[in-house]
Design a protein around this ligand. Structure first.
Ligand SMILES: CC(C)(COP(=O)(O)OP(=O)(O)OC[C@H]1O[C@@H](n2cnc3c(N)ncnc32)[C@H](O)[C@@H]1OP(=O)(O)O)[C@@H](O)C(=O)NCCC(=O)NCCS
Length: 167
């Protein structure tokens, strides 16, 4: 089980028991409106299984983000694989009641530090829906730079594509 933390948050490998909490973000229509779409319990159960396996096989995954103050799983933040061996994709999704408190930036920073220390990567990528201005702000705060517009198979449109180069 991978575990790391920030001042306010604990991040750990997802577990099957996280499904109820996971439905508050991956299962929520408003949260996922710019990220493909929200899933059923069945789909998100499979997503949890995918990330548990990914962690075992590749050493990274999307992590459950737990608020230390109340021990709730408030979101997920971490990485998806890409077609390039040394590049991973950053993702972050949080339950609505926890938006606007700096948690995405705090969690993503911890994930990036974890990746830099533990993985052989040289780039982290991120794509956003053109109207997702909050996510763009988060990426800029993390030091990501806009590179180009890229076709997304998930949302079936061209999306702004960002990268963070690891030195
Ligand atoms: C995107 C998301 C993760 C951001 O989470 P968060 O915890 O609210 O983000 P943070 O508080 O760390 O940072 C948000 C920043 O955007 C700013 N912001 C908030 N609303 C904004 C708006 N409408 N327009 C522009 N900036 C905005 C905030 O002020 C903050 O910047 P600041 O620290 O300089 O004040 C969250 O809104 C979410 O889960 N959205 C749905 C999923 C999603 O879109 N994921 C992105 C990739 S698909």
């Amino acid at each position: 089980m991978v575990v790391f933390e920030t001042d306010r948050l604990l991040l750990r490998t997802l577990k099957h028991e996280d499904l109820d909490s996971v439905m508050n973000f991956w299962g929520n229509e408003e949260v996922m409106k710019y990220c493909g779409n929200n899933g059923s319990r069945e789909r998100e159960q499979k997503a949890i299984e995918f990330y548990i396996k990914l962690q075992k096989e590749k050493g990274f995954s999307a992590y459950a983000v737990i608020l230390k103050e109340n021990s709730e799983v408030i979101g997920a933040c971490g990485f998806n694989p890409t077609k390039e061996e040394h590049k991973i994709e950053l993702i972050y999704h949080f339950a609505i009641k926890y938006w606007g408190k700096g948690f995405a930036t705090e969690a993503a920073n911890a994930c990036i530090n974890y990746a830099c220390e533990n993985l052989k990567i040289n780039k982290i990528s991120a794509s956003i829906h053109p109207r997702n201005l909050v996510s763009k702000k988060v990426l800029e705060k993390l030091g990501f730079k806009f590179r180009c517009m890229n076709w997304s198979e998930v949302t079936k449109q061209k999306e702004p594509y960002f990268e963070l180069h690891i030195v």
